[in-house]
Design a protein around this ligand. Sequence first.
Ligand SMILES: Nc1nc2c(ncn2[C@@H]2O[C@H](COP(=O)(O)OP(=O)(O)OP(=O)(O)O)[C@@H](O)[C@H]2O)c(=O)[nH]1
Ligand SMILES: [Mg+2]
Length: 103
Amino acid sequence: MSSGKSTLINAIVGSELLPSMNRACTARAVAILDNDMKSNFEVHAVDNNGVYSHIDKASKKIVVDFNKSKDISEMIIEGEIRGIRNSKKSMLLIDTPGINNSM
Ligand SMILES: Nc1nc2c(ncn2[C@@H]2O[C@H](COP(=O)(O)OP(=O)(O)OP(=O)(O)O)[C@@H](O)[C@H]2O)c(=O)[nH]1
Ligand SMILES: [Mg+2]
């Protein structure tokens, strides 16, 4: 934990969407999907009942809340990662908790 995973992904994405701290921070995996057609970062979430919801604009607060949430089972952020161009494939970056994090 705290090796700089979230900080590195924020740098690649060019936005401070993922929380980073000098202590165990990321509690749940969050994926960021590159889509050059998007003008901003959107959020796709699925709750424990399998119900899908969409938020137009991603923010660090949304990711922090997801980290603490027991109701949301999965979250994917989708937007244009500038500097990575989609071809026939898209990059999916997944920020995970540190494997030595007991949370
Ligand atoms: N000096 C320095 N500090 C860094 C660097 N990358 C990250 N940090 C700092 O290290 C601390 C941990 O960074 P995180 O990005 O939260 O690390 P993490 O691997 O995501 O941590 P967990 O999600 O808890 O596993 C933060 O205080 C960052 O500001 C770096 O390249 N140099
Ligand atoms: Mg992290």
